[in-house]
Structures are given as structure tokens and as C-alpha cells.
Design a protein around this ligand. Structure first.
Ligand code: NI
Length: 329
């Protein structure tokens, strides 16, 4: 097992250490390159009195330790949550993100460009059999064409997001045209499912910084990108996408695939089972955001913790693609 220190914060007479424990696991898929395993976030508070003075000054992180005679008992909190105790999703302050900072092996699988009358239905069955919840970024005109499939997505506990009306490059359109496009899609989703999407994913990730802020302010959308791109549209061989997913996915990942491709759905049982075998737990994007909020709320309110929260709020650099491949993303 390897231990990576994510942050050190000195507060309340204790050193709060956030770390990731990485446990290598064997490659269980047979056709994927070696994967380094599941990381578990750990938060440990070590009383000042028990910290060796040798730690003083490491990287300038730890300042002089105050003398304490009644230091608190060590608090070791594994903040992994049981699925049944997931925090309730609320409206998120995140404008745009491609992954989340979570305490535990939680990931969000996302499926774009559907609903598809056959492939999405097959995928829903696979997810149900495994008790997996996912997020579907649907294209408005396909929702209008296949409302019963969209309805089933929501009825089976998955999240649904807005992926535009007809998969155009929104960054090249006027605000008025984008507003018509997104509102028309929201309306189709509402009509089919009874819910209004809180998430929006621009086709190809193509949305300017200004558009992201504008859409978040105007409709409250959290603009959801991804940190793992299966590129299933590029190569119809299922093992290609599976390999990319298994290599790239870590705690807090948002994984992009497409439920309109037969090959993607054909390969999904093996991919889902391999992710499960590695210990990942599957949540919707809004649940992933809620888990992040919960983790951040547990951090001590110190300048050091603030900087960690800042990093989490900003997330990893958002990826923007300008690819114009019709089927992509
Ligand atoms: Ni797309």
C-alpha cells in the first residue's frame, strides 16, 4: 500500500492529515493494462503532543507546535459512506467541473447522446441487474422521439441531464439560440419524465467560460464535463473503451461513454464488473457533488483547509474539445 499526503493542516492542537491510501490490485480484466488500484481518502487528526518534533518545518507546512497538555484523543475518521447514507443532492455551487473530490471510491458513469430505443434499454437492464446508478445526458430531439425510454431512465433511479436539442456546437451560437436550444431540451425532458435537469453537458464540451457562467446563473445548471473519456465513438472494439476507463478512473471520476453505440453497450457488462471488482461505488453526478460538499464541510475551518476547499471547488482543469465529429461526445 502506498500513502499519498494530500494536505496537512494544523488546527485545534492537532495535525489534520488528508491522505490517499493506494492499494494495488491485480488486473482482473485480462485485456486491460495494469491498473494501479483503488484509492481511499483518509482523514486523520494527530494530537500535537504525539507529533515528533522532527516534523517541524517540513516543506514549510507545519509551523512551531504549541505546547499542549490536554491534547484531544486521536480521531481517525474513515469518511467512506455507505450507499444507503449518501447525502441528499442539493443545488450545487459548482459552475463547471470534470471530477469531484470525494472521500471514498465513488465514481459517476455518464452516458451521452441518447436515449436510444434499443441500446439505452439494454444498458438500463445491465445497470439494474448490478444495482448501479448512472447519469444520462440526453439529446432533446431524441427524448422527444423516445419519451418512454427517457421516462424509464428516471423511474429506475438514474439522473438525467441536458445535452442540447440536436448536438450542435453551442460555443458557436448566440446566447438567444443557445437559450432556445437548452430550454426546448429541458421542456422535452420535463414532458417525458416530470423532472427538470440540474445538469447540463455541452456537446463536445464546447462552451466558453462566459457561457458556463451565464448558463449557471440563468438556469442553475452545473456544467458537467468528464475526466475519463472512453472514446467509444472512436473505436468500436469494446476492449478499447474498457481499457481507457479502467486505466483512467479514480475516486471522484466522471466517466464519459455513449449509450447510442451498440458496441459500447455490448462491452459494458465486463467493464461494469471490472470496476465493481476494483471496489468502485457508482453514484449519479449530483450525488457525487453532494459527497464532495459533505467532505468539504467536515474539513476544519482553517486557512490551510480553505485552500484545499478552493482546489476542490475549482476541480481539475476542464477539458474543452472542438472536435466536430458528429457522433463524438
Ligand atoms: Ni454528445
Amino acid at each position: 500500500m502506498k500513502l499519498f499526503i494530500a494536505s496537512l493542516v494544523f488546527a485545534a492542537s492537532a495535525l489534520h492529515c488528508m491522505a490517499q491510501a493506494i492499494t494495488p490490485l491485480p488486473d482482473l480484466t485480462g485485456d486491460a493494462p495494469p491498473f494501479e488500484a483503488v484509492a481511499t481518502n483518509i482523514v486523520v487528526a494527530v494530537p500535537a503532543a504525539s507529533i515528533s518534533t522532527n516534523l517541524l518545518g517540513i516543506g514549510g507546512v507545519v509551523g512551531p507546535l504549541p505546547a499542549t497538555t490536554n491534547a484531544p484523543q486521536p480521531v481517525v475518521s474513515d469518511v467512506n459512506l455507505h450507499e444507503a447514507n449518501l447525502p441528499k443532492p442539493t443545488s450545487s455551487s459548482r459552475v463547471c467541473f470534470s471530477s469531484c473530490h470525494v472521500s471514498g471510491p465513488y465514481i459517476a458513469l455518464t452516458f451521452d447522446d441518447g436515449p436510444h430505443p434499443e441500446n439505452t434499454v439494454r444498458l438500463l437492464k445491465m445497470l439494474k441487474e448490478r444495482g448501479i446508478k448512472a447519469t444520462f445526458f440526453c439529446v432533446g430531439q431524441r427524448v422527444a422521439d423516445h419519451p418512454s425510454v427517457a421516462k424509464r431512465i428516471v423511474e429506475e433511479g438514474h439522473e438525467i441531464g441536458n445535452h442540447s436539442w440536436s448536438h450542435k456546437v453551442l460555443s458557436a451560437m448566440t446566447d438567444a439560440a443557445v437559450a432556445r436550444d437548452l430550454e426546448r431540451t429541458d421542456e422535452a425532458i420535463r414532458k417525458a419524465t416530470g423532472v427538470s435537469p440540474k445538469l447540463m453537458r455541452p456537446p463536445y464540451g464546447a462552451f466558453t467560460d462566459r457561457q458556463r457562467d451565464w448558463a449557471h446563473r440563468k438556469w442553475g445548471y452545473s456544467i458537467t464535463l468528464w475526466d475519463v473519456d472512453s472514446q467509444d465513438w472512436r473505436n468500436p472494439v469494446a476492449s478499447y473503451a474498457r481499457s481507457r476507463i479502467l486505466q483512467g478512473t479514480g475516486p471522484g471520476s466522471i466517466v464519459l461513454s455513449h449509450d447510442i453505440h451498440k458496441s459500447t453497450v455490448d462491452g459494458m457488462p465486463k467493464t461494469l464488473d471490472a470496476l465493481k471488482a476494483k471496489g468502485f461505488k457508482f453514484v449519479t453526478v449530483s450525488q457525487l457533488l453532494a459527497l464532495e460538499q459533505e467532505m468539504l464541510s467536515k474539513l476544519p475551518a482553517t486557512p490551510g483547509a480553505q485552500s484545499y476547499a478552493d482546489r476542490a471547488t475549482k476541480g481539475r482543469p476542464a477539458k474543452v474539445s472542438t472536435k466536430s465529429t458528429a457522433q463524438a461526445r
